[in-house]
Design a protein around this ligand. Sequence first.
Ligand SMILES: [Zn+2]
Ligand SMILES: [Zn+2]
Length: 154
Amino acid sequence: MAGGDSGGSRKSGGGAGQRGSCLCGGVVYRIRGPLRDVIECHCTACRKTTGHYLAATQAWTDDFELEAADGLRWYASGPHSRRGFCDRCGATLFFEFTGSGKISIAAGTLDGKTGLKTAFSIYADDKGDYYDLPDRLLFPAESDNRAPLPPREG
Ligand SMILES: [Zn+2]
Ligand SMILES: [Zn+2]
């Protein structure tokens, strides 16, 4: 995936972009494009893989670049989805629907200030019984199940 660098000039774009990394620093990534607001997913799979629930932003895959991938492993969590994690420190990092053109990124792995906010929660019915969700995060069932990812600029 990302990082092909054929031509080698992708890194000269100027804008620093948002950077992120895992706990041990083996996996480092950068996003040179818009990030979606954070959505909390309380589905069973996200709960199992994170140990709690997944709070994730999202980026266009074309804007996503791996600067280091030591320890990055992908787990096929379903026929059309995979989850990226670090096999050195155990960090939950990424989630992808194959071919979607988007990558979800565990918000806690972003470095520094993000400027993002938490939009809402999904799969609240699957959440653990040991915590509560504030009403503002409950997703209205009659709406689409997606928060928009801002379009790329050129
Ligand atoms: Zn790591
Ligand atoms: Zn989930």
